[in-house]
Design a protein around this ligand. Structure first.
Ligand code: T4K
Length: 391
């Protein structure tokens, strides 16, 4: 009933949804079924399903080469990659992170009895504001985890400077930043290490998966041990560890999708430029820009809807859902508002004005290989109609 009332203002009122089935933010980008099935044949032939198998090794090598980094240690998912990297770096006490990120960044610390301390973001980049990071440093701080949100890198140099000044460890959550660069150097080469996610919804997926990228030989060795219970050879455990291993079938999916990388990127770029062209002139609506002098994967079409827009962000999302367009608020309302952290820091929001503002403005639109020019134009048309009818 609520939606019917709202729809009085909309041009698509009382009609069947514009899309007959739901279109999602996060539909997987999937490569050739034939290539994948060839890998499945190999796996059956090898009778090697997990534990550092040949397909996993090939996947790690390809990902490392693509990012021009010495080591890629693949994991069962990005969260475990974060947890292991955090532990391998010896982080403890307090670690500074943004609140405007996926909950896994905070959980990977909290899970290990480390306190995530939320610093505010720069509203233009949606990544950590280095000055805000400085303000949150205490004698208990041991590290900083920057998040390259939407694949756009943090202010790496400034964070590095702060880390050196205060003798803190610096690492990056690069879950969104597969194939992206900062100052023309590939992500994976910054801080002590960076982690990737290959979740189904990511630019490159391996069903589930993640990885740690690093140029530090000793750290890589330690992380490899920790990924496999600390085993060094048979019957010999030399380090505490867990089970973070990626399976052969996951690595096969990763390799399959790597072969389609150009096609996926082209599709994302095309979708992005259509959205930009269609929506940029609407009042109070802007699309987050990507820096074309850097590499990016264009996996996220991030729209900011501010007060100049005659329709509120949540009204737009509701109306889009009525049309089967499952646009999303992302990282709303911020990690600091989620129970485990609001219990810890009930007043954290006082120091996070930009985080709160951004979380209230952002809407993410469907993109990826599940979309084509026609469907992107149709989504844009619905948004245009919503805004224009209210003007
Ligand atoms: N750090 C950052 C900054 C991250 O963004 C993430 C993960 C991590 C760390 C941790 O990495 P992982 O441990 O996940 O590897 C998703 C993902 O579950 C999560 O991986 C991702 N970030 C986060 C941003 O988004 P949801 O709750 O939005 O995903 P979900 O499962 O609801 O899927 C979204 C939509 O995608 C669905 O409505 C339908 C569609 N979908 C999804 C799946 C899984 C499909 O069409 N097919 C599918 O197989 O969290």
């Amino acid at each position: 009933m609520k939606h019917i009332e709202k729809n009085k203002d909309l041009s698509f009122e009382n009609k069947e949804p514009v899309f007959t089935s739901p279109i999602h933010v996060g539909r997987p980008n999937i490569g050739s079924k034939k290539i994948f099935l060839d890998y499945v044949e190999q796996i059956f032939e090898n009778q090697w399903l997990t534990n550092n198998g040949p397909i996993l090794k090939k996947f790690e090598q390809h990902v490392a080469e693509l990012h021009n980094v010495q080591h890629c240690i693949a994991m069962s998912n990005g969260t475990v990659a974060l947890e292991i990297a955090i532990r391998a770096l010896g982080l403890e006490g307090e670690v500074i992170i943004p609140s405007y990120t996926f909950i896994a960044t905070a959980h990977a610390l909290h899970w290990q009895a480390i306190t995530p301390v939320f610093a505010d973001i720069d509203p233009d980049t949606h990544t950590l504001d280095p000055e805000a990071v400085r303000r949150m440093i205490t004698p208990r701080t041991t590290g900083i985890i920057g998040v390259h949100l939407w694949g756009r890198s943090c202010k790496v140099d400034q964070l590095q400077e702060i880390a050196e000044e205060y003798n803190l460890k610096l690492m990056f959550d690069a879950a969104h930043a597969f194939g992206c660069s900062y100052q023309n150097k590939m992500i994976g080469n910054f801080g002590a290490c960076e982690i990737l996610s290959f979740h189904a919804t990511k630019f490159l997926n391996s069903f589930e998966g993640g990885a740690v990228l690093t140029n530090d030989d000793l750290l890589a060795k330690k992380i490899r041990l920790m990924r496999n219970f600390g085993f060094s050879g048979v019957d010999n455990v030399i380090h505490p560890g867990t089970n973070g291993k990626m399976t052969e079938i996951a690595a096969a999916m990763g390799l399959t999708n790597l072969e389609s990388l150009e096609r996926i990127l082209c599709r994302n770029k095309e979708n992005y430029s259509i959205y930009l062209e269609e929506l940029s002139s609407l009042p109070g609506i802007s699309i987050l820009k990507y820096d074309y002098s850097e590499l990016n994967n264009f996996q996220y079409v991030v729209v900011e809807i501010d007060k100049a827009c005659p329709v509120r962000r949540d009204e737009i999302i509701d109306a889009l859902h009525n049309e089967n367009i499952l646009a999303r608020r992302y990282f709303w309302p911020g990690c600091h508002k989620m129970k485990p952290y609001s219990d810890l820091f009930p007043h954290a929001g006082l120091l996070l004005p930009q985080t709160i503002d951004v979380a209230e403005k952002v809407m993410v639109l469907p993109t990826g290989t599940a979309m084509d020019n026609k469907s992107v134009k149709l989504v844009s048309k619905v948004i245009k109609s919503l805004v224009k009818n209210r003007n």
